[in-house]
Design a protein around this ligand. Sequence first.
Ligand code: C2G
Length: 130
Amino acid sequence: MKKIITFGTFDLFHIGHLNILRKAKELGEYLIVGISSDELNIIKGKKSVIPLDERMEIIKSIKYVDEVFVEESLELKDYYIKKYQADLLVMGDDWKDKFNWVSCPVKYFDRTPNISTTQIKEYISKETLI
Ligand code: C2G
């Protein structure tokens, strides 16, 4: 069984998130998703709107996803890859070549254009000002 692993914050879930989960699952039989803890997001310079436990619940309910866990650190990628016996790491190309050091092959997919959590936040904040 080919196991795929991917990581993300998945805050304010949108079509870009769904596309990469679907594309990741197409490369194997079992998809594992590491979801960034709120503490890790602060380190990444992000503050998520949706709390971790709800982001976990949402991702776990996506039909392409077989298993979720909490990602505590960007540096622990190889530990998670070995722990979950992943055969392939999938990431969006905003992380291009950032994880080539891991012990399994890595596939970087083009991001879905014209959508991001930051964009949604900006849109909402602008809309509420009118
Ligand atoms: N993504 C995408 N297209 C978009 C937006 C996001 O393909 N329009 C992809 C990102 O490239 C990433 C995944 O969706 O692979 C999750 O995106 P984020 O929630 O922004 O994840 P990020 O905070 O970048 O966390 O260990 C790596 C980090 O946890 C990744």
